[in-house]
Design a protein around this ligand. Structure first.
Ligand SMILES: [Zn+2]
Ligand SMILES: [Zn+2]
Length: 385
């Protein structure tokens, strides 16, 4: 069975390079979305839904016999990173580039659309979802909450992410947690300012800030906190007062990223962090305000779906790498695995590939046919055809 012919492959590689050259930030994927919509139209889906959770596009294919709905998701946003590569398809948008390979993920999904047109399935319903805003953790949740998503509610959801550090095209699998839950914690601290010559007349947040900066990263190691697995708290930003040498500051902001492999461990970590900050605020007589941003649930993979992928990789002769530990980074596909039976697998982008989000990274096109093959045959197997 030929999934893609040579001309189609060439067209797909041109699409990947166009996407790389024209990157757009999370939530601003207007041209990316239009380009993908135009491309996917030529695969004659039964329906195309646009404007899904922002610039999301879903192509819906309904096959002859009734069967389950399988959603395959690709992300499409780029990052605020200046590209240092000098090749012909380098980013032409200053300060923005595809450094996570979402240009490649979207192209794989477009390729899957062509594979479905070349080799229609006997049954079931397939949704190819081009999802916006992955990098900020907002896109998946917005798509799922979109009214139009109700009609495409899937029985299964699958996705992939390319992974530098693994052999090219190796399929990376793990049952259960695959990518961590994470959330950005913002702590606003208010005391009172005074003249720098009379600090005793004010109440500077400096001591509380220093104390919190030291203690927050220690929470995962506290004996009293009951974590069943990995937990991590990283201070990522802080600000104390303004640059004014005559002023003893009255305000501060502290930000930390909290990470765990399980969603219930995140509940514990958030509770412990809030408890600590509240008790410090009391100790130093500060007012505090706590808020959260960039919320990613854990991506928890379904074992049965993984078993189908394992089986298909064996049959297709694709290499499988089973990993012992989940990844510490987060993926907003966690919103899908929280709501539907789903799995996210990794596909190696080369042992010597620059890391994700590095300014010299580029998606390796050679892995595209492998990814399409694994997706297509896994879908067939899930549908039992
Ligand atoms: Zn990324
Ligand atoms: Zn990514």
């Amino acid at each position: 069975m030929e999934l893609l012919n040579n001309d189609q492959l060439k067209e797909l590689l041109a699409l990947r390079k166009w996407l790389h050259k024209n990157p757009e930030l999370s939530g601003k994927e207007k041209n990316t979305s239009r380009k993908l919509e135009t491309f996917i139209r030529q695969t004659s889906p039964d329906k195309i839904i646009t404007g899904l959770g922002g610039f999301g596009v879903a192509a819906v294919y309904v096959f002859d016999e009734k069967g389950p709905t399988i959603l395959v998701r690709a992300d499409m946003d780029a990052l605020p990173i200046d590209e240092v590569n000098t090749f012909a398809h380098k980013s032409r948008n200053d300060g923005v580039s595809h450094k996570c390979g979402h240009d490649g993920h979207s192209t794989i999904l477009a390729a899957l659309g062509i594979a479905l047109k070349n080799n229609p399935l006997p049954k079931g319903r397939i949704i190819l979802l081009f999802q916006p805003e992955e990098e900020t953790g907002k896109g998946a949740a917005k798509v799922i909450a979109d009214e139009a998503f109700k009609m495409i509610k899937p029985d299964y959801a699958i996705a992939l992410h390319n992974l530098p550090g693994f052999e090219k095209a190796a399929i990376v699998l793990r049952d259960g947690p695959f990518a961590a839950a994470s959330t950005g914690m913002i702590i606003k601290i208010t005391g009172s300012s005074s003249h720098a010559a009379q600090p005793e007349q004010g109440n500077s947040p400096v001591k509380m800030l220093a104390h919190a900066m030291r203690e927050i990263p220690e929470i995962p190691h506290k004996k009293s906190a009951k974590f069943k697995d990995f937990a991590l708290a990283t201070i990522i930003h802080s600000k104390l007062g303004e640059v004014a040498f005559g002023t003893n500051p009255g305000k501060a902001v502290l930000m930390a990223t909290l990470r765990t492999y399980y969603n219930d461990d995140m509940v514990v970590l958030v509770k412990e962090a809030e408890r600590l900050v509240k008790s410090l605020a009391e100790e130093y007589k500060m007012k505090i305000e706590i808020s959260y941003t960039e919320d990613f649930p854990a991506t928890i993979n379904d074992k049965k779906l993984n078993d189908v992928i394992r089986h298909m990789c064996d049959e297709l002769g694709e290499e499988i790498v089973e990993i012992d530990e989940a990844f510490r980074w987060s993926e907003d596909f966690g919103h899908f695995t929280s709501n539907f039976r789903g799995t996210l697998f990794g596909i190696g982008s080369g042992k010597d590939s620059p890391g994700l989000h590095n300014n010299d990274y580029d998606f390796p096109d050679e892995i595209l046919p492998h990814a399409v093959q694994v997706f297509y045959h896994t879908i067939r197997k899930i549908l039992n055809t």
